[in-house]
Design a protein around this ligand. Structure first.
Ligand SMILES: Cc1cc2nc3c(=O)[nH]c(=O)nc-3n(C[C@H](O)[C@H](O)[C@H](O)COP(=O)(O)O)c2cc1C
Length: 389
């Protein structure tokens, strides 16, 4: 069982913060799919940017699952401390500090992962943030500044001494950005060096993979980012792999990985509805913080934003559907007895149909058209394994 301050997590797999992706609707969907903790997209600590719609949309939300985790990014210790307090007042139950983001925009101000180059500044930021709030403060880091300067262990020890209550370590250095494969040796060293929970992060995309990383690092849990895009059920898959149900209690719906079943289609529709609803009610929504009333985008702009955000997520779902049909094709191609059968033709056709639908979806300009299109597509198109049955 993983404990962060007073919060006991129900599982070992958590959602990684991803700017532009882990908005409130996506967090809700991932939590429903078994993510034990979900973190909001990073929020700048700059006070003068607090009233922008981007910042307002990144506040803790009443509909978020508990613990409500927000992430702050910045370079100035006093400013970071004020930002932490501001978010706690707005309903955050855990404050996470971003020292993992390699984005140029962030790093050129020596924020995000660039901070790892300056351990004394890191110490100052951590101390001031921990002292400023009475909720747990957590930290997300990379393995170091570059491959020659992997100082994650030093930063982790220091963080624990200062009072940081859990760590997430992405198995790449800042210089690696997203290139190459994540390495887990440094994460294992961090785990061995501290007594607080550590989440291993980087390239985890299946239950089997999660188990391997946990075995290798002895981390308390895993943090999953990109693999959840278009595939939020990865958390259910990981949970089931790590804690298999007795055979007779297994749900048949998750028995064939890669196939789109009715509940998955239902979840996608629900995700779309959540996005439309969340952004449409942006001006008056049930954010925990009163300042949301001073939102800088109007209702039409908010709805427009919802349509654009929906495209991104639905596009990922379509890509997963293509992947699902391709997997089935591969399965059947390797099975000599069905290699020439109609299965391959059907799967090939399914891929074409999905690609066309993806293009059509991207031309839709109105939320209700998006919803209607997707509902109709799912009712008319059989994307399950039974295409090939
Ligand atoms: C589009 C995108 C946005 C990200 N935004 C953030 C962020 O806001 N804060 C953060 O700490 N890390 C951010 N990250 C890094 C992820 O949290 C995670 O560490 C990284 O993607 C590696 O995990 P993965 O291989 O499971 O994706 C982002 C990554 C991506 C791909």
């Amino acid at each position: 069982m993983i404990n962060i301050g007073p919060y006991q997590l129900d599982g070992q797999a958590v959602l990684a913060p991803m700017a532009g992706i882990t908005d409130q609707p996506f967090r809700q969907v991932c939590h429903r799919m078994g993510a034990a903790m979900v973190t909001a997209e990073m929020s700048t600590s700059k006070a003068d940017l607090r009233q922008t719609s981007k910042s307002l949309l990144r506040l803790a939300d009443a509909a978020d699952s508990e613990p409500r985790v927000i992430q702050i990014v910045g370079t100035d210790p006093a400013e970071m401390a004020i930002a932490a307090r501001y978010h706690v007042d707005a309903g955050a139950q855990i404050v996470d500090i971003n020292m993992g983001c390699p984005a140029k925009k962030v790093c050129k101000k020596l924020a995000g992962s660039a901070l790892m180059k300056n351990p004394s500044l890191v110490a100052d930021i951590l101390k001031q943030v921990v002292d400023s709030v009475d909720v747990p403060v957590t930290l997300k880091i990379r393995t170091g500044w570059d491959l020659e300067n992997r100082n994650a262990v030093q930063i982790a020890r220091m963080a624990e001494d200062i009072g940081i209550q859990s760590l997430a370590v992405h198995g790449r250095s800042r210089a690696c950005r997203f290139n190459g494969l994540a390495e887990y040796d440094t994460i294992a060293e961090v785990v061995a060096a501290v007594n607080i929970p550590v989440f291993a992060n980087g390239d985890i995309d299946s239950g089997q993979n999660a188990q391997k990383v946990l075995n290798h690092t002895a981390a308390s849990g895993v943090m999953v980012g990109r693999a959840a895009q278009g595939r939020p059920w990865i958390f259910a898959e990981i949970n089931q792999y790590l804690n298999p149900l007795p055979k007779n209690a297994q749900k048949t719906s998750t028995n064939r990985p890669g196939c789109f079943t009715a509940w998955q289609k239902g979840l996608i529709i629900e995700h779309l509805e959540l996005i439309h609803d969340y952004y449409a009610r942006f001006e008056t929504q049930n954010l925990l913080h009163r300042v949301a009333k001073r939102s800088t985008i109007n209702k039409d702009q908010a709805i427009d934003l919802a349509v654009k955000i929906s495209r991104k997520h639905v596009c990922w779902y379509f890509n997963q559907m293509v992947q699902c049909a391709s997997n089935l094709m591969k399965e059947h191609t390797s099975d000599f007895s069905v290699a020439t059968s109609s299965c391959l033709v059907a799967e090939n056709q399914a891929i074409k149909t999905i690609e066309i639908a993806k293009k059509q979806f991207n031309t839709l300009l109105v939320a209700k058209d998006q919803l209607q299109f997707l509902k109709q597509f799912f009712s008319e198109t059989n994307l399950k394994g039974d295409i090939a049955a």
